[in-house]
Design a binder for this molecule. Sequence first.
Ligand SMILES: *[C@@H]1O[C@H](CO)[C@@H](O)[C@H](O)[C@H]1NC(C)=O
Ligand SMILES: *[C@@H]1O[C@H](CO)[C@@H](O)[C@H](O)[C@H]1NC(C)=O
Ligand SMILES: *[C@@H]1O[C@H](CO)[C@@H](O)[C@H](O)[C@H]1NC(C)=O
Ligand SMILES: *[C@@H]1O[C@H](CO)[C@@H](O)[C@H](O)[C@H]1NC(C)=O
Ligand SMILES: *[C@@H]1O[C@H](CO)[C@@H](O)[C@H](O)[C@H]1NC(C)=O
Ligand SMILES: *[C@@H]1O[C@H](CO)[C@@H](O)[C@H](O)[C@H]1NC(C)=O
Ligand SMILES: *[C@@H]1O[C@H](CO)[C@@H](O)[C@H](O)[C@H]1NC(C)=O
Ligand SMILES: *[C@@H]1O[C@H](CO)[C@@H](O)[C@H](O)[C@H]1NC(C)=O
Ligand SMILES: *[C@@H]1O[C@H](CO)[C@@H](O)[C@H](O)[C@H]1NC(C)=O
Ligand SMILES: *[C@@H]1O[C@H](CO)[C@@H](O)[C@H](O)[C@H]1NC(C)=O
Length: 443
Amino acid sequence: MLAVTMKILALCFVFLVTSCKCESWDFSVAPAPQIETPSEETAPSPAPEAPSPAPEAPSPVPEGWFDVTKYGAIGDGVKDCSSAFLAAWKAACNHGGESTFFIPEGTFLVGHIIFEGPCYNEGSPLVLLNGTLHAPSSPEAFHDDEWIKFQDLRELHVVGGTGTSLLDGQGQEARKHSTKKRPVSLKLLDVVSGSIRNINLLNSKFFNMNLQKCQNITVLGVNITAPSDSPNTDGIHLSQSTNMNITSSIIGVGDDCISIGPGNTDIFISNITCGPGHGISVGSLGKYSNEEDVVGIRVRNCTINGTTNGVRIKSWRGSPVSNALNMTFEDILMINVSNPIIIDQEYCPHKDCSSLKPSKVKLNNVGYRNIWGTSNTKAAVTLVCSSSTPCENVHLTDINFNYTIQEHKFKDSKYKSDDQNPHIPCLSVKGALNGLQISNFQV
Ligand SMILES: *[C@@H]1O[C@H](CO)[C@@H](O)[C@H](O)[C@H]1NC(C)=O
Ligand SMILES: *[C@@H]1O[C@H](CO)[C@@H](O)[C@H](O)[C@H]1NC(C)=O
Ligand SMILES: *[C@@H]1O[C@H](CO)[C@@H](O)[C@H](O)[C@H]1NC(C)=O
Ligand SMILES: *[C@@H]1O[C@H](CO)[C@@H](O)[C@H](O)[C@H]1NC(C)=O
Ligand SMILES: *[C@@H]1O[C@H](CO)[C@@H](O)[C@H](O)[C@H]1NC(C)=O
Ligand SMILES: *[C@@H]1O[C@H](CO)[C@@H](O)[C@H](O)[C@H]1NC(C)=O
Ligand SMILES: *[C@@H]1O[C@H](CO)[C@@H](O)[C@H](O)[C@H]1NC(C)=O
Ligand SMILES: *[C@@H]1O[C@H](CO)[C@@H](O)[C@H](O)[C@H]1NC(C)=O
Ligand SMILES: *[C@@H]1O[C@H](CO)[C@@H](O)[C@H](O)[C@H]1NC(C)=O
Ligand SMILES: *[C@@H]1O[C@H](CO)[C@@H](O)[C@H](O)[C@H]1NC(C)=O
């Protein structure tokens, strides 16, 4: 074990250590967690098939079971089922006991819907999604920021489980019209406790999921897919939320797989497969004034494959004062990633950036441990901290990368694929950094 502590002022460093730590990876640590499955057993079976009752007619459905098709929804992908869904939700929400809001198999076309609480006894119906929801595909269809929104609820469980448990944002056309409203597919606002489990999201118009002002929510077993070239299709965006657990999900999109915005605290992310996309990102921070701090982010046991960034922290140039602290990234395999580990405090996608002051977002106590794989650019680790507000206590431990030259990227540069021995700086540092600690760093 080689441990070096130093102050970095210069630009590039190369650390070569002989021992490779890859063997310490253990894929078989814990058994699959026992997930309590709300009411799969207690959930009554669907209404008998034989006499198909008219929508309004009372049917012998079990107590507390609210099937959208009993409120006029038809799963033919054509009929607009928004009002039927809302009627079924209101009935389920106000039901004086436990209830299930059930979407059976079929393709239901629904527009902007708010599933709003509070519901009976400060709880929520179980939302059981066996079918597929289609958003209207027209770029004109939305005047709101979201497609499906759950708001002001407690103990909300949105549960799928079949291959057809799907929210399909039908985003193709709408994404071409940047001036039109492009909604988030699934938004949770002010939801306290609950889970989103075993559902699929596809082809969003904007973010796939946005969890805002939420607490104590687990997202588990969610598959999110959007084309790799689709703008702003972040997989899961968190804002102003606390005590959140994002786990065992597969995300391949055109923007960040997971983005953690300002005001998030105690966020735990694990067992995520990410790619394509822009990786797992804290930020961007410092775009607006009065942003709350980011505290306590833990990302572990993830696989990031074919993305532009791996794990990134970014803040805007010219940002006002705020903090992002106590963040750890560990046990992460990266394959063919362009910027595996990157802190970018000079984020500025606009043209005129030089006049802006350095970022005043203070990064403190950031740990990277046991991260390995392949990088397709010459920088495995890039730390661009603010020149006015130095990063403090950045720890890099057991970082192991091989460089794979991508022919398409370097065909016009001096880095040719046949170059057997390119000069590769593995760590580039710019800006100010206090207390950088590095051990077992190899590229
Ligand atoms: C919904 O899907 C789940 C998972 O496949 C299945 O166990 C359940 O029986 C389905 N429920 C109904 C009412 O069809
Ligand atoms: C967190 O959510 C879980 C699942 O809904 C619930 O059982 C638990 O009581 C909640 N914990 C707190 C502290 O609210
Ligand atoms: C998500 O994708 C995985 C791998 O393709 C699959 O096994 C799983 O069933 C999918 N989940 C859902 C909810 O369909
Ligand atoms: C997150 O959820 C998973 C699955 O329910 C569980 O195994 C894990 O302990 C949770 N982690 C935290 C930090 O709550
Ligand atoms: C990790 O996530 C995958 C889905 O991507 C799931 O099949 C697997 O059971 C999860 N493993 C653990 C230990 O949670
Ligand atoms: C770690 O993640 C991998 C896939 O990324 C999964 O197969 C494995 O079960 C996870 N292990 C734990 C302990 O979560
Ligand atoms: C990484 O992604 C590529 C391209 O999609 C795929 O062929 C490869 O199997 C993936 N590798 C791993 C380890 O998941
Ligand atoms: C590596 O990623 C690049 C995009 O960054 C992609 O074009 C290329 O096909 C990937 N290579 C492999 C072997 O998956
Ligand atoms: C950040 O971590 C340090 C050391 O682990 C701890 O003492 C401190 O209380 C944490 N700060 C916050 C705001 O949680
Ligand atoms: C880097 O490449 C060498 C030689 O092919 C291999 O032994 C080692 O495991 C690779 N390291 C990583 C982190 O992929």
